[in-house]
Design a protein around this ligand. Structure first.
Ligand SMILES: C[S@@+](CC[C@H](N)C(=O)[O-])C[C@H]1O[C@@H](n2cnc3c(N)ncnc32)[C@H](O)[C@@H]1O
Length: 265
């Protein structure tokens, strides 16, 4: 089916529909391509290969109740369980959660899995000690400020929220791991989402952009205190290309931003 690409304003419901369709359809290809890098029970934050095992952005894990937002196959949740935590993986896509169930059967480690939209979390107030997300949901929702408020609500006071997204500065470049991806072509200040539509005009993929300042403001407005914004450098000897993430670009500018925030005690 022919495809059109553009920047078009898109609300929560349309974004949600497009994401569900996209991730249901793409779940197999995503895990064929990235499954070995992500592992069945490993916590990889980003294509640069930062692991929670080394970074320890979430702090103490044993006995903690942890929500993984946009969990995909929930490998992070499985790794967290291995560290003594209780983990719940939430995702919009039944296709992605199907891969989570298969990985749970393969490993014998079973995080609770919930199908829901990150803009409306189906949990009570203060239900979790920690929340995390590795590129799950936040880049795909029309109202990330609402996700920040929802995560704030379901965290207990003193709880931590750590999420990784595409670094906002990547918005200005073409989605290309090679030389073409080194040329700035688009306004950093254009918040209209990147939208792919099929030949009937139905949105099939939607990705939303926020500037670095927007992300900070949304966290602060929800009530969080920001502890760090990690911009992983491309590691020496790491030559794996993941979509637009490549050694060529990674040596020059960041591809990922990891926001580390806390709900005040
Ligand atoms: C790039 S994948 C990342 C999956 C996983 N965290 C990983 O590291 O492999 C993005 C995930 O976010 C989920 N997602 C997208 N929009 C969402 C929403 N509004 N609410 C919950 N999950 C969503 C997708 O279904 C998909 O599983």
């Amino acid at each position: 089916m022919s495809q059109r690409v553009g920047r078009t304003p898109m609300g929560s419901l349309e974004s949600q529909r497009a994401s569900r369709r996209w991730w249901d359809a793409d779940a197999g290809a995503y895990h064929d391509e990235h499954g070995d890098f992500l592992g069945d029970a490993d916590f990889v934050w980003c294509p640069e290969g930062v692991r929670e095992l080394d970074a320890r952005l979430l702090g103490d894990l044993a006995g903690r109740r942890i929500l993984e937002v946009g969990c995909g196959a929930a490998s992070c949740s499985r790794w967290l369980i291995g560290q003594g935590a209780y983990a719940v993986g939430l995702d919009l896509s039944a296709g992605m959660l199907g891969h989570a169930r298969q990985a749970s059967i393969r490993t014998g480690v079973h995080p609770a899995l919930v199908q829901a939209d990150a803009e409306s979390l189906p949990f009570g107030d203060a239900a979790f000690d920690l929340a995390c997300s590795a590129f799950g949901a936040v880049p795909f929702v029309a109202d990330p400020a609402r996700v920040m408020r929802e995560v704030f609500r379901v965290l207990r006071p003193g709880g931590r929220w750590v999420f990784a997204v595409t670094h906002p500065m990547r918005w200005i470049f073409l989605d290309d791991p090679g030389e073409r991806g080194l040329v700035a072509t688009h306004s950093y200040f254009d918040r209209r989402p990147y939208v792919e539509t099929d030949s009937s005009g139905v949105p099939t993929y939607v990705e939303h952009h926020r500037t670095l300042g927007d992300r900070v403001r949304e966290l602060v407005a929800a009530g969080f205190v920001i502890r760090d914004i990690v911009e992983p450098e491309w590691p020496e000897g790491h030559d794996r290309i993941w979509g637009q993430w490549s050694p060529l670009r990674g040596r020059i500018f960041p591809g990922t931003a990891i926001f580390v925030s806390e709900k005040p005690a």
